[in-house]
Design a protein around this ligand. Sequence first.
Ligand code: FES
Length: 357
Amino acid sequence: MTLPQPPMSLLAELTHRCPLACPYCSNPLDLERKSAELDTAGWRLVLEQAAEMGVLQVHFSGGEPMARPDLVELVTLARKLNLYTNLITSGVLLDANKLEALDKAGLDHIQLSFQDVTEEGAERIGGLKGAQERKLKAARLIQASGIPMTLNFVVHRENVSRIPQMFELTRELQAGRVEIAHTQYYGWGLKNRDALLPSREQLEESTRAVEAERAKGGLAIDYVTPDYHADRPKPCMGGWGQRFVNISPSGRVLPCHAAEIIPNVTFPNVRDESLAEIWNNSRLFNMFRGTEWMPEACRACDRREIDWGGCRCQALALTGDAANMDPVCERSPFHDVVKAARDHLEAPELVYRRASK
Ligand code: FES
């Protein structure tokens, strides 16, 4: 049997703990507790096994990865193993001393998230008073340190009109790169979809704002659009089990951040098996790898190795079966579910991300 190519990137979700409570968080609804987290030795083993497999990049994420006191130790080890290191952070726990330690550890890049450009908008989404000021301070420290920085703005119905100001802030903070990412509707995002999903007009307005900024030059812009206004699915994670591997705080190894909703499958864990064994041979990773598993219409489609059938978690969440066609595809018999969601006009109250009792 031919073994799959090793993953290019590893997303290390060091913890689900986070001072913010964003209603579109990509973490699962059932957040993992501190007591369940892998310890430092567990994460060290993950990094060693990843490097041995041929992984090139590690993204330290969460929750808020800076809540882990061993972050600097893990970055140091990852660099020693020749892994490119990226820290995905809200910045609210960052100070000059911690940044200096991360810099010394060799951290390659920081992705700093902003909930909005206004204090009011940022506090409404993040649920943390004073967060915007702390983020601005963190951005200035990072800029002064010389560590390459990308600002990340998640956009939705409430803040989409402020994209031009997001670019202004990016230029003012001298970040070389910015990501304008429409909310992805999984987990908490799906729970809040009717409150967050922008209208078609808002999406078009956001695309115009991005194009206008691109035309000015001098800024690298990544733009992620919402699936719900598309007619063809995205190649979620670059294809199931093909390029990315996620490790949850407790060591579960997943093909994407939302895969824990897949029913009737045992989630492999780095406490029990090696990363390579899980990547190559586990039932979970082989379930939707390649094109064999696809429904007839997808297998016959000339985009089957472009979008790899779209998103399995979306198919599950919206149709009840992860093996169904992604309902975003206009050829899917379930496409009406997506149309109904984008035509939904009422915006309910936001449900904030919180650990269940
Ligand atoms: Fe799981 Fe798309 S989020 S496959």
